[in-house]
Each structure stands twice: as structure tokens, then as C-alpha cells.
Design a protein around this ligand. Structure first.
Ligand code: AMP
Ligand code: GLY
Length: 420
């Protein structure tokens, strides 16, 4: 079978890598891909939101399965376009992907179906939002619901901070017209629970945890994720069962009941609070960088799973027992301004896996081409061993413009006592 993967980051590299392990896969294409993906697939110069050209390419090449990585492609309706042309594609429709693309849609669905999450209210009016926030405890959680998705969450410690954020979001034109969702502040360790969902069928993946802050000790600005690992010793089998039965399954059922059945990866961004497990956010796709530590642990043939999800059939998932831990190498300055075009050496000296997040080939050389550049994954019998191996591989990579965190996995390895 010919397979097309849409996207260009570490997540898509991990998907391509998993596909190479399937005996059913003949040729793999990736649009647009990157320098690392090009070692395992043929990269095609079509943008990830260019849905019609992607469809035409799939039709011309006789692609048997397309797998969508990024949310922008889902929001652009790539799944709807492919399905209308009779093509098999793994991912939710635009309507089902609203569970990620609209915070208000997600919050209202959770309220209607009694899925545990932070209490919330939505506002479009600045004065009403300010008065509401002023009458509540701090910190205040303010989430912009609109086109600024991604940079739209502010945890304000004071009324001054909250007021500045509300002005930005509702009065200034910087974000465009939109709403603000004001949420209760929750506390506890966060974790990522990704499930394959095919209408009302839900198959859980192993758990992972992302590290959003740029620097060691969870300090510095928020990023797209600086590292991840799996499994998570502080989440018990009972926690997992609760999350499946009270969060992921009910949401899959709710989306089906609301007329937008979900087929793809439903990602629960969850928090283990003193009052139980609650939803922070949903994503309608594989997490990045969680996928890069979760898919290496998948023992089953991923093509069987992708096809079963796309066609609404049953499948079985089997997992390896080993632990995985991955570290992001990011360009100096990220998540702010950074330079591109620095040469990376030593990639062939690593013993584990390296997934490329933002690289470009230049003749025989590999150059940095993004904020997050590489993701180095170690695997071991324990998380401690996986971290040692990942750090040893990071040291083998030679580039003058990359930085990384040294404490990935600290919730499990160093502070475990605090997060039972
Ligand atoms: P989101 O984009 O919704 O995932 O929010 C980004 C980050 O903000 C999350 O990963 C949390 O660390 C934090 N956050 C979001 N919502 C809450 C909340 N209700 N209480 C505490 N922290 C939150
Ligand atoms: N790792 C968080 C995300 O994929 O959105």
C-alpha cells in the first residue's frame, strides 16, 4: 500500500517511522516533510493546508491511506475533501475537530455531557469579563477563543495582569474578533491521554507527559513542548480507567450523538487534581512531542489501526513494556526570535532515535530550519535509563545554535514523592 503523511515535524517523522515497521506499507510519501523524514519517505512539496492539491496527488498516485498530522490541516477540511473523493484518510472531519479548534464548543460539550473540567464562563464584552474576574479568586485563567489559537492562554496572578490580557483579547484588534473563556484555576500534574477513536470505539494509548516551559525547573516561557516521556508512574491504573470511562469514552459518544462522529486521535490534556482527574483541553490529533515517545512503544501494526479507525472497524492495540524519554533540541532564542541555517553534525553517531522537527537538507548537510529542531529519544527498561541514553545521544549532536532541557521526566524521576 502507498501511504501519504501530511505534516512536517517530529510528530510526522514518528508516524513515518512507525509506518516503516508495517509489512503492509510499500511506499511512503510525506507532504511537505523535512530533512529527517526524507531519509525514510519521499517528500512532496505540497503545503499541509493545500487540501485540493493533496487530494489530487493522492488520486494520481493511488494512495491507499493518508494520515493527517497537524491541526491546521484538519481545520482546513482536508478529511472532508479526501472523503468526498472516496479516499481513505485517518483524521476527524472539520466539524469533529472543533473539539480542539473551538474552546467554547469543547467546554459546552463537556458541560452538557457532565465531563469533569474546570468551571467556565464565556464573554465577548470586555466590561462584563472584567467585572466577573474581579469578583473571583486569583489566579484567573483566561483563554482566547478564536483565530489566535495556541498563544491564547493567560494565567493572571493579579487583577492588573488579568485586565491587560482582557484588553488585549477583547478590546484591541491584535487578536481579531473573538471570545474569552474564563476558567477556574486547577492544580496538579498534567498528562496526555491519547486514544484512537472510531465513532464510539475508543482504544487508549499509553500515557505520556509533555514539558511546556522552555528551561529546566519548568521555568521560562511556554513553548510547543521541550520533551516528553512514557509511561507515567504517578498516574495509577485506576486514574487511567476513570479517564477512559468518564472523559474519553463519553466525549467520543457525545461527538457521535451531536452528529459529528470522530475518527482519528482524540487527545485529552488532563490534570490529576486533589478533586480528581479533569480536562484542561482536547486536541483532535496526535500530540507533539508525545507521539514521538508513544508510537515507538506500539507493538501492533499501525496500518491495521489507521485503517480500522478510518473505516469504523475494530482493532487491538499491543504495547512494549520499555520506557521512552525524548529531549527537544531547540534553536537559541526559541520560543522568541531565532536564527535558521546552522549546520547540524553528529546525527549518525546517536544510538537511539532522532526525529526531525525543523530541519532542511542542503546538499549533504542538514541545517536548522525551525524553533524546535530535533527530538532525541532514548529507550530503556526504566525511565532513568531512557533519560541517560537520551542525554548521551544529545551530547553526540554537534551544532552551535541549539539548547535543551536536562530535566525531562523530573515529575517521575526526581519529584515523584510530590506527585502521587
Ligand atoms: P491549553 O492551551 O488550554 O492547554 O492551556 C495551556 C496551559 O495552561 C496548560 O497546559 C496548563 O498548564 C495551563 N492551564 C490551562 N487551563 C488551566 C486551568 N484551568 N487551571 C490551571 N492551569 C491551566
Ligand atoms: N504537546 C501538546 C500538543 O501537542 O498540543
Amino acid at each position: 500500500m502507498k501511504v501519504l503523511v501530511i505534516g512536517s515535524g517530529g510528530r510526522e517523522h514518528a508516524i513515518v517511522d512507525a509506518l516503516t515497521r508495517s509489512p503492509q506499507v510499500g511506499k511512503i510519501f510525506c507532504a511537505p516533510g523535512n530533512a529527517g523524514i526524507a531519509r525514510q519517505a519521499e517528500c512532496v512539496a505540497i503545503g499541509e493546508t493545500d487540501t485540493e492539491r493533496l487530494r489530487d496527488f493522492a488520486l494520481e498516485q493511488g494512495i491507499g491511506l493518508t494520515v493527517v498530522g497537524p491541526e491546521v490541516a484538519l481545520a482546513a477540511g482536508v478529511v472532508d475533501t479526501f472523503r468526498a473523493a472516496g479516499l481513505r484518510i485517518f483524521g476527524p472531519t472539520k466539524a469533529a475537530a472543533r473539539i480542539e479548534s473551538s474552546k467554547e464548543f469543547a467546554k459546552e460539550l463537556m458541560a452538557k455531557y457532565a465531563v469533569p473540567t474546570a468551571g467556565f464562563r464565556a464573554f465577548t464584552d470586555y466590561a462584563a469579563a472584567r467585572d466577573y474576574v474581579a469578583g473571583r479568586p486569583f489566579p484567573a485563567v483566561l483563554k482566547y477563543d478564536g483565530l489566535a489559537a495556541g498563544k491564547g492562554v493567560v494565567i493572571a496572578q493579579t487583577m492588573e495582569e488579568a485586565d491587560a490580557a482582557l484588553r488585549d483579547m477583547l478590546l484591541d484588534d491584535r487578536f481579531g474578533a473573538g471570545k474569552v473563556v474564563v476558567e477556574d484555576f486547577l492544580e496538579g500534574p498534567e498528562f496526555s491521554f491519547m486514544c484512537f477513536v472510531s465513532d464510539r470505539r475508543v482504544w487508549p494509548m499509553v500515557l505520556a507527559q509533555d514539558h511546556k516551559r522552555a528551561y529546566d525547573g519548568d521555568r521560562g516561557p511556554n513553548t510547543g513542548g521541550m520533551g516528553a516521556y512514557s509511561p507515567l508512574p504517578f498516574i495509577t491504573p485506576e486514574d487511567e480507567k476513570f479517564a477512559l470511562e468518564h472523559i474519553l469514552q463519553p466525549v467520543a459518544d457525545a461527538l457521535a450523538a451531536e452528529g459529528c462522529p470522530f475518527r482519528g486521535v482524540l487527545y485529552g490534556g488532563l490534570m490529576k487534581t486533589a478533586q480528581g482527574i479533569k480536562v484542561i483541553e482536547f486536541n483532535a490529533r496526535f500530540g507533539d512531542p508525545e507521539t514521538e515517545v508513544v508510537l515507538p512503544r506500539l507493538k501492533s501494526d499501525i496500518v491495521d489501526i489507521f485503517c480500522a479507525v478510518a473505516e469504523g472497524r475494530d482493532a487491538r492495540l499491543e504495547w512494549h513494556d520499555f520506557a521512552t524519554l525524548g529531549i527537544v533540541l531547540a534553536s537559541e532564542g526559541y520560543p522568541g526570535a531565532y536564527e535558521k541555517g546552522h549546520e547540524i553534525k553528529g546525527l549518525d553517531a546517536v544510538s537511539g532515535s532522532v526525529y526531525h522537527m525543523g530541519t532542511k537538507a542542503d546538499g549533504g548537510r542538514v541545517l536548522t530550519a525551525g524553533g524546535r529542531v530535533l527530538f532525541v529519544v532514548g529507550r530503556g527498561a526504566t525511565l532513568a535509563e531512557a533519560r541517560e541514553k537520551a542525554l548521551a545521544d544529545v551530547a553526540r549532536i554537534d551544532c552551535d545554535n541549539l539548547f535543551h532541557r536536562t530535566d525531562i521526566g523530573h515529575w517521575a524521576l526526581d519529584d515523584f514523592a510530590g506527585h502521587k
